[in-house]
Design a protein around this ligand. Structure first.
Ligand code: NPG
Length: 374
């Protein structure tokens, strides 16, 4: 394929309710979609869509939205426009000189992959070798102002039928909230917590107290660079440690596994540089008997559809953060957004990621369009 054009659609979409993690509160989703036109061998022109998941500030990762967009426009696009025979599988290779910026790379690789699969009339799930038609749908519950509010929020999602609850925690909003959820909803509720790197090893004795609550896992208790310290903490907790921020590539997944820093890995395609690297991490983890699950970054319908196909690979044995579109958005920008029913979401079967961007809704939430020249 030959890349003909690349357009970035910057969006700002209201969330149905504020979402608080240990590092920030979001009331709106800001992101950009990548729309790429590619000419295929028989002369046809196909369009593919990708989504960039960087946050507006460098609080979750060093990469942030405006920087990521700049990297796409100034550094990624020129490298790819210069390639005569481009495939999704070679995007990573062509971008190898660019250090870091996995979310920028992932968004562009996604658009090329979507176009390639649409040209072949093939679904992303079939391309990946996915084995499930539907995947269990977990929901991520933000930090609430009080224990009562946490119980209320969790109760709403339990009533909706979500297959698993993940509760965000931070120092000062952890044990009491977790204890109340367990008390209210019983020991059978699949329940895990996510600290987003809010603790240090000094908190080990405090975190040990979570062991009483039969959690599926604790996600990223320590800092991004603290692989050795996570391994040390793992020796002090019965609750399995799952890594998110620390796993930025297949290599770092291998290091985490070898060090005993991760019993479980949260796979987020944007964080690791794309869906192809995400699949490599799935393969490596599976070969080591390490469970993986698919994380979420409050994606629009485009990213959520792709995540659902990824989560249908056989190593994704734990429910992912793949809640229905309505958990965050009153109005998504694709025509048939992912819906949760009976605790699952259906894996899209249409060509590419299997969703169509609704131009009218796209324009409703669009703040800027940037055409990147050849
Ligand atoms: O369903 O997309 C979702 C939200 C899942 O909690 C979620 N994501 O740390 O995993 C995380 C968290 C996150 C969201 C992190 C946005 C960074 C940005």
């Amino acid at each position: 394929m030959k890349l003909l054009s690349l357009r970035m659609h910057h969006l700002r979409m209201p969330l149905v309710s504020p979402f608080t993690t240990s590092f920030m509160t979001q009331t709106h989703k800001r992101c950009f979609l990548v729309e790429a036109e590619l000419e295929i061998a028989d002369g046809r022109v196909v369009t593919g869509w990708g989504e960039n998941v960087a946050l507006d500030r460098p609080y979750y990762s060093a990469e942030y939205l405006d920087g990521s967009a700049d990297v796409v426009a100034r550094w990624i696009a020129p490298l790819l426009f210069a390639v005569d025979v481009l495939t999704a599988e070679t995007v990573g290779h062509h971008l190898r000189a660019i250090v870091g910026n996995p979310m920028a790379k992932a968004a562009v690789e996604m658009a090329v992959l979507d176009a390639q699969l649409r040209a072949e009339g093939r679904s992303f799930a079939s391309y990946l070798g996915a084995v499930a038609r539907a995947v269990p749908s977990g929901v991520s519950v933000g930090i609430q102002d009080s224990v009562e509010a946490t119980v209320r929020a969790v109760g709403g999602y339990v009533d909706e039928g979500y297959a698993r609850i993940k509760l965000k925690i931070r120092p000062g909003a952890d044990l009491a909230h977790v204890a109340a959820v367990r008390r209210e909803f019983g020991d059978d509720l699949p329940f895990q917590v996510d600290a987003n790197a809010a603790y240090t090893l000094v908190d080990a004795a405090h975190l040990q107290r979570l062991d009483d609550f039969g959690l599926l896992l604790i996600e990223q208790p320590l800092g991004e660079a603290d692989l050795r310290q996570h391994a040390q903490l793992a020796g002090q907790l019965r609750t399995p440690i799952c890594l998110d921020e620390s796993v930025v590539s297949a290599e770092s997944a291998v290091d985490a596994i070898a060090l005993g820093a991760a019993a479980i890995i949260n796979v987020k395609p944007g964080r690791v540089g794309g869906y192809l690297e995400a699949r490599r991490i799935h393969d490596i983890a599976r070969a080591h008997g390490i469970a993986v699950w698919c994380g979420g970054m409050l994606e629009t319908g485009v990213g959520r559809a792709a995540n659902t196909a990824l989560a249908a690979l056989p190593g994704f044995t734990l429910p992912g953060d793949i809640s229905g579109s309505d958990r965050f958005f009153a109005d998504d920008i694709v025509t048939a957004p992912i819906r949760m029913h009976d605790g699952v979401v259906d894996v899209p079967t249409g060509p590419g990621f299997g969703v169509e961007v609704d131009r009218e809704r796209l324009e409703r939430y669009r703040t800027a369009v940037v055409d990147v020249g050849v």
